[in-house]
Design a binder for this molecule. Structure first.
Ligand code: FAD
Length: 441
């Protein structure tokens, strides 16, 4: 085992991993392929470039994204520190001046005495660990090939087709009913019935809604059988009622009759605290998803844990491949971090960089390491990545549905979330004391 750490990719996750390790006195070799080799989305040579929005998400207590940021603050995250320092006014969100944000991270990493920064594309995964692969959703094709050889082709995905996920507590159960089609098996699905008027109004709004255009490098999704729901609506007003919204075998228990169309929701987790809208992968903008999908009977007041999306995204089937230290079970010493692990979002990616960095440091220094508990935001993400069902595994951002909160029976949502936040921050403080930042020199 080498006594230095190799980090591949100086995006959000790789920058965070390198920083955490270097601050703990570990020598790091950090590789970044830009500017010589570019991705289809990055525009600068900076580390931790924000490829799209300049928002690091909700920063208002006690939201789940806020808890994650607070936990990262307490662990001295370079990404959140730079975000706080270079923030711009954005209401409840932490938005940043993207250039100042990335320039500061680039400068700190480049000038760190424990970091050797190499601007080159990695095309072979180093045989000897520890190495952290943090090459993101747009991992270079040559390295993707190597990753696929290492883990097996069937575990590497190139596209996301994500359906929205809603908070189970925000569904109107007077309108939605549990049933499985033709009563086969358990009544696992929650069904939202629509009459003809509701259906055609819904289709009209779906067609008229604002969409995010596909980037040129995202087009092949059309051939992958993951058709956006609005695209199906465009094919004809009745297409959805004969496709994902077909009502056959699902009589409404209130009327005993078949509705005109039925939107099916599937349980997202064992605790049944979240449901996803089956077949609703979409390119609608987030505000339009809230507006149009709230027209579905039963979802009028739905709180969205995650919005739907379709975009290019290289990621691995983490539940089959990684242990809770983000290390490949089949190749100890090889870690994955960032979006490639199956988290979604800038802050979530940074968070997985931080944890992979700490795991690798523990391996190098021979210190004990256990991941944060699952009732913290960081632990909840690790739990999602490594203890979910591997079949149908999909990227996810932080949300309250992921926190492992047993026996917390508080009906008032605000109070409940506050309690989850207080508990998480207390636990992460205790946990961080086990992983102190030593002086780096
Ligand atoms: C088009 C697009 C838009 C997105 N918009 C948002 C958004 O608005 N908000 C949000 O929260 N999330 C967004 N995401 C999702 C995600 O949060 C970001 O992609 C985030 O940057 C992921 O962090 P990362 O560190 O995993 O990857 P990245 O930040 O992409 O970092 C990976 C780094 O690895 C480098 N690299 C790749 N291959 C190699 C190689 N072989 N050798 C050396 N270096 C290599 C890349 O150049 C890059 O710098 C978007 C993703 C995409 C693709």
């Amino acid at each position: 085992m080498k006594d230095f750490l190799t980090v591949i990719g100086a995006g959000l996750a790789g920058s965070e991993a390198a920083w955490q390790a270097a601050e703990r006195g570990v020598q790091v070799v950090l590789y970044e392929m830009r500017p010589a080799t570019r991705t289809p989305a990055h525009k600068t040579d900076n580390c931790a470039e924000l490829v799209c929005s300049n928002s690091l998400g909700n920063n208002l207590a006690p939201s789940a994204p806020f808890i994650l940021k607070e936990e990262l603050r307490s662990l001295k995250s370079i990404v959140i520190a730079s975000g706080d320092k270079n923030s711009v006014p954005a209401g409840s969100a932490l938005a940043v001046d993207r250039d100042l944000f990335s320039q500061e991270i680039t400068s700190k990493l480049s000038n760190h005495p424990n970091i050797t920064f190499k601007r080159e594309e990695v095309v072979e995964i180093p045989q000897e660990g520890p190495v952290i692969i943090a090459t993101g959703p747009l991992t270079s094709p040559r390295l993707s090939e190597q990753i696929s050889k290492l883990i097996g082709q069937e575990y590497l995905y190139f596209y996301d087709a994500l359906s929205p996920i809603v908070d189970a507590n925000s569904i109107d159960y007077d309108k939605a009913f549990f049933a499985s089609r033709y009563d086969k098996g358990d009544a696992d699905y929650l069904n939202c019935p629509m009459n003809a008027e509701q259906y055609y109004e819904f289709v009209r709004e779906l067609k008229a809604s604002e969409k995010v255009p596909f980037a040129s490098f995202e087009k092949p999704i059309y051939f992958e059988g993951c058709m956006p729901v609005e695209e199906l609506a465009d094919r004809g007003d009745r297409t959805l009622a004969f496709g994902p919204l077909k009502p056959v075998g699902l009589p409404d228990p209130k009327t005993g009759r078949m509705a005109h169309a039925v939107v099916q929701l599937r349980r997202e987790n064992r605790e049944s605290s979240a449901y996803n809208l089956v077949g609703f992968q979409t390119k609608l903008t987030y505000p339009e998803q809230k507006r149009v999908f709230s027209m579905i009977p039963g979802l009028e007041n739905a709180e969205f844990f995650r919005f739907g999306a379709i975009h290019r995204n290289t990621y691995i089937n983490s539940p089959s491949l990684l242990n809770s230290e983000l290390e490949l079970k089949s190749h100890p010493g090889t870690y994955f971090a960032g979006q490639v692990t199956g988290v979604e979002g800038y802050v979530e990616s940074s968070a997985m960089g931080l944890l992979a960095g700490l795991s690798a440091v523990a391996k190098i220094t021979g210190s004990p390491y256990t991941p944060p508990p699952a009732d913290t935001a960081l632990g909840a993400l690790i739990n999602y990545l490594t203890a979910s069902r591997s079949k149908g595994f999909q990227p996810m951002n932080i949300n309250f549905g992921l926190f492992w909160v047993q026996g917390m029976r508080i009906r008032d949502k605000k109070l409940r979330n506050q309690k989850i936040a207080t508990n998480a921050l207390k636990k992460i403080k205790e946990w961080s004391e086990e992983h102190p930042v030593s002086t780096h020199s």
